[in-house]
Write a protein that binds this ligand. Sequence first.
Ligand SMILES: [Zn+2]
Length: 278
Amino acid sequence: MPELPEIQAHAERLTTEYGGRTLATFRPIAFTALKTFSPTPDAAYGQALAGVGRRGKYLLADFGTVTFVVHLMQGGRLKPDEKQSAKPRGGLARWVFADGSALLLTEAGTEKRAGVWVREGDLESQEPIEGLGPDADTIDAATLQAICTAHSMRLHGLLRDQRALAGIGRRLANETCHRAKLSPFANASKLDADQVARLAEAIHACIDESLAYERSRDDMSSSKERPGAVHHRAGEECPVCGDVVREVEYTRYTVNYCATCQTGGKVLADNTTSKFLK
Ligand SMILES: [Zn+2]
């Protein structure tokens, strides 16, 4: 799933390419794509796109009167739509501009969970932005300390919790724990000040590295192309110490880590669920 750096660079490219264009129409193609009833999308017709911003993993297409909030989920993309065919493959919604150009929201796969919310006024007090934690690229060590102290849970889970900290997903959680030399299973509320300071540094370094890579491209990277040391690299050598990268597998994600760098050599198993498995 695209995370903060990929969404941020995507927003910047969309602003460069579509900023200033006047909206003619918006049409949901899949009926589940539009998540809101009021205000209606036509509140933006005749309005120029002021820019595309980002909050957490959401794109914010600001037309002044209303903002289209877009979540790409796993396989969603928002891209130029030259054909504007009646039934585009994977198509969920389309924005057509007065100059004839168009943007299409598509989603690969069958889940179709990407969505669009039309909002006016303060986004922070309305779904789906309401309740998000601070953006991960804005936090300092003191803020992060407060977040960690308040959450007695595994660090990897906390990093992925959008209500605690917004913008980090499975890949950046793995990479951040590795860079900070912290166990993904460490209890976040028990981290000391040095560990939290390392974690804050690691969050910024991982985001900066991914954002620099993403900004060097013309389109969004695939997950395999993104820079990293451990994510989806089980069995490979840790680039820091040469130990083998290990994994703990869950249904929806995999925790990757280096035992030498992060757990004092201890190999992790999922004690929470393993007792229920035969
Ligand atoms: Zn290592």
